[in-house]
Design a binder for this molecule. Structure first.
Ligand SMILES: Cc1cc2nc3c(=O)[nH]c(=O)nc-3n(C[C@H](O)[C@H](O)[C@H](O)COP(=O)(O)OP(=O)(O)OC[C@H]3O[C@@H](n4cnc5c(N)ncnc54)[C@H](O)[C@@H]3O)c2cc1C
Length: 546
């Protein structure tokens, strides 16, 4: 007899959404997470009293009518979530060399600001934004099944068929040659992980539209999202176990019947949902004899998206006074937006004069309630390849060789050099810092080659070629960044879709919690927050009562 109705392998946003939907549908659910924290890339971890969220810096689709909002409300987690909206006048601060451009919320304000800055490019700006918008509208109706139907595509996706399969660079060629304008329009490539010369225009258009109405940051950091899911799972008699690594998916007569954990325990269930990446699932967890040769070949040749080097830091500097706010900072040394991605493919990370690009997130300006001691926490990311670090992959993670530690020290200095361009004087006010490499991503999350978005978002893995929710093994389903789309919205949708496929119902039937509402407050305007969120001042009644 089965121990549970459903086992979920991995507690990323995708896995937790699947578990919540199944638990709410009355299924006995258990989530097994190998790490000591839940959330995968949506986790928040603490180092020396400072909290960092490596994989969520903004999410979209949370406004009225937004799809992610609908899912959080329908799955009953919305009441546990509070978001801060990033500065609507500049939720993306683009710095290219000495030039700066702030991307505002909304397609029309963005259009107007671009035209003001590049008046001679007005026609190209209209052409680009209108085409992106048309592609995004066409994508709304696209499902992997529909995308396999050529006639449907021809009838319903004319703009995507005409432009979407081009590289982003070629797509931009249709509208403008102005280097800075092209850089601004492609800077968000960091959100899908392919530079303009390799990114399919349709992938970039989908992503750019997703963030066109701005972005929000979860109060308390990314970890508040899996925490909200875990509360809902437990409220419906489900279980979430950390330090529980799945080492095998048990398959009998072509059907998944459970999993084996690293301590040898076997746990049985009617349904298994995998939230791990395809290499982990199909090369390590499912025995080769159960996997078709076609799938094995695909996984063997699968290219993964970029990996990162990360600098987690805390500073005593007043970052608001230094000109920063809740908006993301995208820095590129020149207008060559491909340069950081080329570095991300280099087999060595050395002899670098200047980092070509860097992303900066200041959590304490996005969630100003995070700390009350005046210190700020921030996360900075640049791209680097797995190969540049793979020589140390078999070393003891708690005692890496001196050469690895020296490489981390080198990375820290390079990242601080670049951060100094954005925030002069920062280096002298660092109170804590820690560097992570692609090996760190692999160590804590078991992601192949330290990849940040799962399989590379090239045409080869796009649309109908993404990994399917329902796998070739009965009772085994997949969710997460290899399936519908990477990013919090994509993986959350995939978890819901996996639960719906397992239950044999449409996904909207699982969104049945009522009366819930995601709360969103402007990060830049504390006066509009409810009293319990406002900062305590020494003479406020709250502070007196502690
Ligand atoms: C630097 C960075 C910045 C990002 N910024 C954003 C952003 O601003 N906005 C956004 O929307 N997205 C962002 N993303 C992407 C987003 O974080 C991911 O797409 C998403 O969180 C992936 O979710 P997932 O469901 O695929 O699972 P993952 O987060 O990959 O989690 C999978 C889980 O499975 C567990 N696991 C693996 N193997 C096993 C096993 N054998 N047994 C048990 N458990 C196992 C892992 O430990 C992990 O917890 C960012 C990612 C990175 C890395």
């Amino acid at each position: 007899m089965a121990d549970y109705d459903a086992i979920i392998i991995g507690s990323g946003s995708g896995g937790m959404a699947a578990a919540t939907a199944l638990a709410r549908a009355g299924k006995r659910v258990v989530v097994f997470e190998q790490h000591y924290l839940i959330g995968g890339y949506s986790q928040t971890f603490e180092l020396e009293g400072f909290r960092f969220s490596p994989g969520v810096h903004y999410v979209g689709e949370l406004g009225e009518g937004g799809n992610l909002r609908r899912i959080y409300e329908g799955l009953g987690v919305a009441d546990d979530l509070v978001f801060f909206e990033l500065n609507p006048d500049g939720f993306e601060h683009v710095i290219v060399g000495d030039e700066r451009f702030d991307i505002p919320r909304g397609i029309e304000p963005f259009r107007a600001r671009l035209k003001q800055r590049f008046p001679s490019e007005a026609a190209g700006i209209d052409g680009y934004l209108d085409t992106v918008d048309r592609m995004a509208r066409e994508l709304e109706w696209a499902t992997p099944e529909r995308l396999r139907d050529k006639l449907w595509m021809i009838a319903r996706m004319p703009t995507t068929l005409r432009y979407g399969l081009m590289s982003l660079s070629r797509f931009l060629d249709q509208f403008t040659q102005a280097p800075l304008l092209r850089a601004i329009l492609s800077i968000q490539a960091g959100d899908h992980g392919l530079g303009p010369s390799r990114a399919p225009a349709v992938v970039h258009a989908g992503l750019q539209s997703y963030y066109m109405n701005g972005g929000c940051y979860p109060r308390g950091g990314a970890g508040s999202i899996p925490d909200a899911f875990a509360r809902q799972i437990r409220a419906h008699r489900g279980e979430v176990h950390v330090r529980s690594e799945v080492v095998r998916v048990l398959v009998e007569e072509g059907r998944a019947i459970g999993v084996e954990l690293s301590d040898g325990a076997q746990v049985r269930a009617d349904v298994v949902v995998s939230n791990v990446d395809p290499s982990m699932l199909w090369s390590r967890l499912v025995a080769p004899r159960h996997v078709s040769s076609r799938l094995r070949r695909r996984v063997r040749h699968l290219r993964y998206s970029v990996a990162t080097i990360s600098l987690f830091l805390a500073t005593s500097m007043d970052l608001r006074a230094a000109g920063l706010d809740s908006g993301n900072v995208w820095y590129n040394h020149t207008t060559d937006i491909d340069a950081p991605y080329r570095l991300g493919e280099q087999p060595e990370f050395s002899n670098i004069d200047e980092l070509p690009g860097l992303f900066l997130n200041i959590s304490t300006l996005k969630d100003p309630t995070m700390r009350s001691d005046g210190l700020h926490t921030a996360e900075a990311f640049a791209l680097a390849s797995w190969d540049a670090f793979s020589r140390w992959q078999d070393s003891d993670p708690n005692h890496r060789p001196a050469a690895y530690e020296a490489k981390k020290a080198y990375i820290r200095e390079k990242m601080l050099d670049t951060l100094e361009r954005i925030v002069p004087g920062l280096r002298d006010h660092i109170v804590f810092s820690s560097v992570a490499t692609p090996l760190t991503n692999e160590r804590y999350l078991k992601v192949t080659r330290g990849s940040i978005y799962g399989p590379e978002n090239s045409l080869r893995n796009a649309g109908p070629f993404r990994f399917p929710i329902k796998t070739e093994i009965d009772g085994l389903f997949q969710c997460g960044s290899s399936t519908l789309a990477p990013g919090i919205h994509g993986v959350t949708r995939s978890g819901l879709a996996a639960a719906a496929a397992a239950l044999g119902c449409p996904d909207y039937e699982l969104l049945n919690a009522s009366g819930q509402s995601v709360r969103i407050y402007p990060a830049e305007d504390p006066s509009s927050w409810p009293p319990e969120l406002r900062p305590h001042t020494p003479d406020s009644p709250d502070a007196l009562t502690g």
